[in-house]
Design a protein around this ligand. Sequence first.
Ligand SMILES: Nc1ncnc2c1ncn2[C@@H]1O[C@H](COP(=O)(O)OP(=O)(O)OP(=O)(O)O)[C@@H](O)[C@H]1O
Length: 268
Amino acid sequence: MSDKFIEIQNAEMSFPVKKGTFQALVNVNLNVRKGEFITLIGHSGCGKSTLLNMIAGLTTATGGMLLCANREISGPSPERGVVFQNHSLLPWLTCHENVYLAVERVFGAVEPKARLQERTRTALAMVGLTHAEHKRPHEISGGMKQRVGIARALSMEPKVLLMDEPFGALDALTRAHLQDELLKIVANTQSTVVMVTHDVDEAVLLSDRIVMMTNGPSATIGEILSVRLPRPRERVALAADPLYMEYRTSVLEFLYHRQARPVAKEAA
Ligand SMILES: Nc1ncnc2c1ncn2[C@@H]1O[C@H](COP(=O)(O)OP(=O)(O)OP(=O)(O)O)[C@@H](O)[C@H]1O
């Protein structure tokens, strides 16, 4: 397992604002191993999405360097699949067509249609949506829409799956169900994942390491917690596991004692 699949070196991000420049992130250093599951956690506005977008190549760092598989990240690429909270499906297309579109974009030039169809069906099966492949987004639940978003990202066979609060808008039970599914999918695909979350239990359940960010402006990585719970992980058993409680308490301590939320200092 390579130690440096994603390399973030002294990354910075500042935004031009009315009063000059807003320094969102400074001095961010992180190496992510191949196959590792990383969550980014921190108070609202600390820069989690900004950092994820930098890894996605959707925004360019104003300082430092970001690399994926030894190549500088200079824009979005199918090697880094992104899943957003609002799933962003095209409403006039079926689930199958939404995924097919992504598959065609990545593999369309080199593979026959039958293979593209097969890839699409495999991705939908992976998230348990074969039965809904001909439905349109308005005909399915929020959790199912989010699963289509995950299928679409996975269908491109990304080297890295980047997820920005993918389950944030879902009710607690659907969220738990999708977390369990994600654990299985990632175990099967051996994907490298970087995921933004606000949810401490979600972070402990899913992560190999939890990256805890300080409050902004000039936010950075405060601490990194290695979660050494064996896999496969089972939420009910973990709830009574003393080590699980210890990790949970460490993250809560960081968030609510060491980084107690100040009065919001958003960009002006
Ligand atoms: N394009 C932009 N222009 C100016 N300021 C920005 C821009 N994008 C983000 N910011 C500021 O950078 C900071 C980090 O924002 P970001 O969305 O990354 O935080 P976050 O931790 O993901 O927040 P949340 O948890 O609420 O989604 C915030 O103060 C935000 O207002």
